[in-house]
Design a protein around this ligand. Structure first.
Ligand code: IMP
Length: 200
C-alpha cells in the first residue's frame, strides 16, 4: 500500500510544485484549431501582403511559432521585450523596455502577437510606440483575453479565446518562469484543497 505522501507526490508532474495544482482550461487541440482559424482570418484581411510579426517576449513565442506556420505566404519576425512594474501580479501601468525591435517597421504590415491581454496597459504602450514608427498597417493578435480585467482602452483585432479572470499558464505563459512548455493553457491553483492564492 502506498503511503499518503507517496500518493500525493504521484500527482505532481515534472516542473510542478507539490502545493500547486493545474487544471486544463484550453486543450492543445482547441488551441491548434483556433490558431488555424485566426491565421485564415488574418490572411483574408491581408491575402498577398508580407506580414511582419512582432512577438512580445517571452509569452508569445509558442503562439507566434504556430501562427506563423499557419499563415503561409511571406512572413517575417521580430521580437520586443517589455516589463510592467507592479506589486505581485498587479501592474501599475509603468512599462519598461528591455529589448527594442531589431528592424524598422516603417511602411510594413505589422501584426503584434501577444499571449494575453489583461489590463491592456502593456499593449497600449506598445501601440503608441509602434504608431510613431509609421507602419502601413498595425494590427494585434492575442491568444487570450481577460476582458473583465481591462483598464486601458485597447482591443485586439484577432482574439483566440476570451477567458475568465483566472491566472493561467502554459503554451508560453509562465508562473515564476515555469510552465511555459505546457501544451495546454491551464489554471494554476496554489495551496491545500485547490484554494487560489494568486490574486489577479
Ligand atoms: P497587461 O499589461 O496587464 O495587459 O499584461 C499583459 C502581460 O501580463 C502579459 O503579456 C503576461 O505576460 C502577463 N499576464 C497577465 N495575465 C497573466 C496570466 O494569467 N498568466 C501569465 N501571465 C499573465
Amino acid at each position: 500500500m502506498p503511503t499518503k505522501a507517496t500518493k500525493r507526490s504521484h500527482r505532481v508532474k515534472p516542473g510542478q510544485r507539490e502545493e500547486e495544482t493545474l487544471r486544463v482550461l484550453i486543450s492543445h487541440q482547441r488551441i491548434r484549431e483556433r490558431v488555424r482559424q485566426m491565421a485564415q482570418e488574418i490572411r483574408r484581411d491581408f491575402p498577398k501582403e508580407p506580414i511582419h510579426l512582432i512577438g512580445v517576449l517571452k509569452g508569445s513565442v509558442l503562439f507566434l511559432a504556430d501562427l506563423a506556420r499557419e499563415l503561409g505566404g511571406e512572413v517575417s519576425f521580430d521580437f520586443i521585450s517589455v516589463s510592467s512594474y507592479g506589486k505581485g501580479m498587479d501592474s501599475t501601468g509603468e512599462v519598461k523596455m528591455n529589448k527594442d525591435l531589431d528592424v524598422s517597421i516603417e511602411g510594413r504590415s505589422v501584426l503584434v502577437v501577444e499571449d494575453i491581454l489583461d489590463t491592456g496597459l502593456t499593449l497600449k504602450y506598445l501601440l503608441l510606440l509602434f504608431e510613431e514608427r509609421k507602419p502601413k498597417h498595425l494590427r494585434v493578435a492575442v491568444l487570450l483575453d481577460k476582458v473583465e480585467r481591462r483598464i486601458a482602452d485597447v482591443k485586439a483585432d484577432y482574439t483566440g479565446f476570451v477567458i475568465p479572470n483566472e491566472f493561467v499558464v502554459g503554451y508560453g505563459l509562465d508562473y515564476d518562469e515555469r510552465y511555459r512548455n505546457l501544451p495546454d493553457v491551464c489554471v494554476v491553483r496554489l495551496g491545500p484543497r485547490g484554494k487560489t492564492k494568486i490574486e489577479v
